[in-house]
Structure formats: structure tokens, C-alpha cells
Design a protein around this ligand. Sequence first.
Ligand code: GDP
Ligand code: MG
Length: 177
Amino acid sequence: MESRDYLFKVLVIGNGHVGKTSLVHRYVNDKFNKHYKITVGVDFALKVLPWSDTETVRLQLWDIAGQERFTSMTRIYYKEASGCIIMFDVTDSSSFRSCSSWKEDLDSKVTLAGGSPLPCILLANKCDLSPWEVSHASIEQFSKTNGFIGWMETSVKDNKNINEAISFLVEKMMVNR
Ligand code: GDP
Ligand code: MG
């Protein structure tokens, strides 16, 4: 049987310290490293995801490393992306507030070929910690009004909802392929 491969570039953006590098590391290598390491430049990692009997998805996850304080990236970085993950830390409300700037930056610099926005999922990370500085209701409201495909609470540390969230994004990207 003929098998098909799909390659998707997925951007992982959000403020510093929200868990982006940990997410990529967890998803690709199934590891969590609790030591905080500031990465500089742009890193990407490849994940091969068997999707069906006849389809294989290759995800190229782009981690913006060390450039988070600008809440803005160059167009080159966003170029030819198929999807996006915007992350914040539930115990840090300023990281949540920044998500609107990240989403605006994304939508102003890249669209799908037809001009519609890239599918983008919002991740409320570090859900294992408390207290939360952001309510479920405000996340839900924000996700709806800002054109996200949806949001999920995740814990990279406890490996909660990571595969689920990325699979949900892949489903949306497969529709646009
Ligand atoms: P980045 O700056 O967005 O790339 O964030 P990092 O991946 O470097 O993570 C920043 C810090 O948060 C590190 O100390 C991680 O170990 C920690 N971290 C990441 N995800 C989680 C999580 O889900 N729960 C908890 N408790 N800590 C996390
Ligand atoms: Mg990082």
C-alpha cells in the first residue's frame, strides 16, 4: 500500500519560562528536565508521528529560544508554518496577557495560502502548580474571542495533555493540507 508523508512546521511561542523548550523536549524525547536552561537562537526538533495505516506526519517544532521578551518575531521565522502553539504559565498572569500580542504578531505575519489564519492552540501550562493566577472562564473567553482552535490545560512536568493537544492541532492541519 502506498504511504504518504506530510511535513508540518509548527511554531511554539509564548513568553520566557512558560515551558516551550520543555514541551518540545518532552514531546520529542519523552523527557522532562527540571533544570532551566536559556536557549539562544532558534531550535527545531523533528517528531515522526504515525497518523494512520497509510499516512505519516512529520512535525518540525520550532522553539523560539531566548527571543521571547520582544513579543514579536521576524517574518522569516514564521514563514511556511502550518500551525502554532501559544503557551502561557497558569501561575503567571502576565504570561497569559502576552498571549494576545503573540497571536496578533502571528496573524499579522503569516497566513495559510488562502489567507486564513494558521490553526493555533492555546496551552495553559504548569497546571500541576497552584495557585492559578488565571481562571478557566477567562481562558475560555480569551481563546474564543482571539480565534484559537481551542485551549487545553497541560503539564509538561506530569506529561498531561501534551500528546492530546498536539494531535488536536495535527487534525486541524491535516484538513488544510
Ligand atoms: P521556556 O523559556 O518557555 O522555553 O521554558 P522552559 O521549558 O525552559 O521551562 C521553564 C521552567 O519551567 C523550567 O524550570 C521547567 O522545568 C519548568 N516547567 C516547564 N513546564 C512545566 C510544568 O508543566 N510544570 C512545572 N511545575 N514546571 C514546568
Ligand atoms: Mg526555551
